[in-house]
Design a protein around this ligand. Structure first.
Ligand code: G4P
Length: 522
């Protein structure tokens, strides 16, 4: 069991949209032997729907909405990549996926540097102490000086960095990367579709000058000397404790620097780590199975209307057909067809180990954050859900289909597509999202999967605050005063829907014993 745990690497590749996450993922699959030729060959839109995106809507929009899991064996390691949506309107999905990984690779566009989403993702990694490796992509484009980029990463992401590979020139003259981690240089020919033969070069030999030119060879030697002078020696422990982020340079599209990244990643990235439950810490080596649901997705296979709940195994061995406790419902369940994934392909498995992601058929029994165990009543702590940014009333647009609408809304909320609040004054349902696109996805999916029609009506709200107080009387007074703006979330908790920042700060002043939370634990 320890061996199985030791060889697992469960991680997510995350980035600001367009930095090259999909391209890098695809190149990893190429090295992992999962695909022979990158799908990027002809058309990016086809590629996007071909390898890692599932839902029809994603094909239409060319964005990745759902999180898929890709696994492969590489050099004796079992690599589990959790894919995340590319669009920032679905960032909550990405944050939740980060609760199931042991480390992350952040892709940064070398020409653009750190972008908004990069900053937010790093914040979530920091909240959970997740070790990160940074891949600076698109070095084949005219971009910024690598030393400047390193400074920007340290400043903007508030983490110390240590380069473990180094670009030989950038832009049109980009020739590859020197592998600082292994202290060797492999030169690849650029190839967008395949992995090419590599030539090994000793950087101290005159052969380097012959291969990349005298000037670049000298520059590389100077840069490396400077790096050794400026940055402390790389130490795996500081990376695993999330104090230092190793940095790699390359071009995912041209397959430069990708193998250097992957080879180092499998060696230094942490194997499954202990998981914090409300009751105690759970070690992956514990013999009894525990796991939690971090993602639910519907209709993976368009021919069969089915939901799949993604369960991350935290400890012990998961076995097919064994009875497990669904802690929230207090029910014992057996799973006869648990699955593992490779983008659109999935196959039934008999067992899974800590770090693995198991797909469980779900007909509405799971909610995000649910815990499964061998009998122990444990509750894994997830990531809180944040106050939505946008709010709309959802109304039934087809009176004959009220039931379908109700069911659809409930299931979509269980999947974590958006948040639902019920106004206590007029009983109307309010959906809260991070971005406009989520409203469109909900409407589309209600129609296509539940045969229900909805319509949106505006409601002007600023923030949703979960409120609590030790002073029951004051809380009661507050609810009476703000009765028009009081709502319940799906778990029946009191939520104050503030219509402006001013109203909120006045309420905070007037009701001193009430705590206003902008996040709620799921
Ligand atoms: P994302 O998942 O992070 O959103 O990014 P994605 O991989 O889709 O890449 C975004 C765009 O950047 C794509 O171009 C992709 O080809 C390009 N790209 C990725 N890696 C590199 C690189 O190393 N160098 C350069 N120059 N470009 C890179 P696109 O215009 O959206 O599509 P396409 O039609 O060019 O494929």
């Amino acid at each position: 069991m320890n061996q199985e745990i030791e060889r697992r690497r469960t991680f997510a590749i995350i980035s600001h949209p367009d930095a090259g996450k999909t391209t890098l993922t695809e190149k990893f699959l190429l090295f992992g032997g999962q695909i022979q030729v990158a799908g990027a060959v002809k058309n990016n839109k086809i590629r996007k729907s071909a390898t890692s995106d599932w839902m029809e809507i994603e094909k239409q929009r060319g964005i990745s909405v759902s999180t898929s899991v890709m696994e492969f064996d590489y050099e004796g390691y079992k690599v589990n990549i959790l894919d995340t949506p590319g669009h920032q309107d679905f960032c909550e999905d990405t944050y939740r996926t980060l609760t199931a990984v042991d480390s992350a690779i952040i892709v940064v566009d070398g020409a653009k540097g750190v972008e908004t989403q990069t900053r937010k993702l790093m914040e979530v990694c920091r909240m959970r102490n997740t070790p990160v490796i940074i891949f600076i992509n698109k070095m084949d484009r005219e971009g910024r000086d690598p030393f400047d980029l390193l400074d920007e990463l340290e400043e903007e992401l508030q983490i110390s960095v240590r380069p473990l590979s180094w670009p030989i020139n950038i832009g049109a003259k980009f020739k590859g990367v020197y592998n600082i981690f292994e202290q060797k240089l492999d030169l690849f020919k650029p190839d967008k579709q395949r992995v090419t033969e590599k030539v090994e070069v000793d950087i101290h030999s005159p052969e380097l000058d012959a291969q990349i030119g005298e000037q670049d060879a000298q520059q590389l030697r100077d840069d490396l000397e400077l790096i050794d002078g400026v940055y402390p020696k790389f130490d795996v422990e500081t990376y695993r404790s999330a104090e230092v982020a190793p940095v790699f340079f390359g071009s995912a599209l041209n397959n430069f620097g990708v193998q250097e990244l992957l080879n180092c990643f499998i060696k230094i990235a942490p194997s499954p780590r202990p998981t914090k439950a409300e009751e105690r810490m759970v070690d992956p080596e514990e013999p009894k199975f525990t796991g939690f649901i971090f993602k639910i997705t519907a209709n993976i296979d368009p021919n069969h209307r089915s939901c799949i709940a993604f369960c991350k195994v935290c400890s012990g061995k998961f076995e097919r057909n064994k009875p497990y406790l669904h802690v929230r419902q207090g029910k014992t369940l057996r799973f006869s067809s648990p699955t593992q994934f490779m983008a659109q392909r999935k196959s039934t498995i008999d067992e899974a180990w800590p770090g693995d992601i198991v797909g469980l058929p779900d007909n509405g029994i799971f909610k995000i954050g649910d815990t499964l165990t061998d009998g122990e009543k444990l509750h894994f702590r997830g990531l809180p859900s944040f106050s939505p940014e946008m709010f709309k009333y959802i109304e039934n647009d087809d009176p004959m289909k009220a039931k379908q609408l109700e069911k659809g809304i409930n299931q979509l909320m269980d999947e974590g597509v958006a948040q639902l609040f019920v106004n206590q004054f007029n009983g109307r349902k309010i959906i809260g999202t991070v971005g406009q696109l989520q409203f469109e996805v909900i409407q589309y999916r209600l129609e296509n999967e539940y045969n229900a029609k909805c319509r949106w009506e505006p409601v002007h709200l600023h923030k949703a605050c979960w409120i609590e107080s030790d002073d029951a009387e004051e809380l009661d007074q507050f609810k009476k005063r703000k009765y028009q703006y009081m709502a319940k979330d799906r778990d029946g908790r009191d939520v104050f829907l503030a219509d402006s920042g001013y109203v909120l700060s006045m309420a905070q002043q007037d009701f001193k014993h009430i705590k206003f939370h902008f996040t709620s634990e799921f």
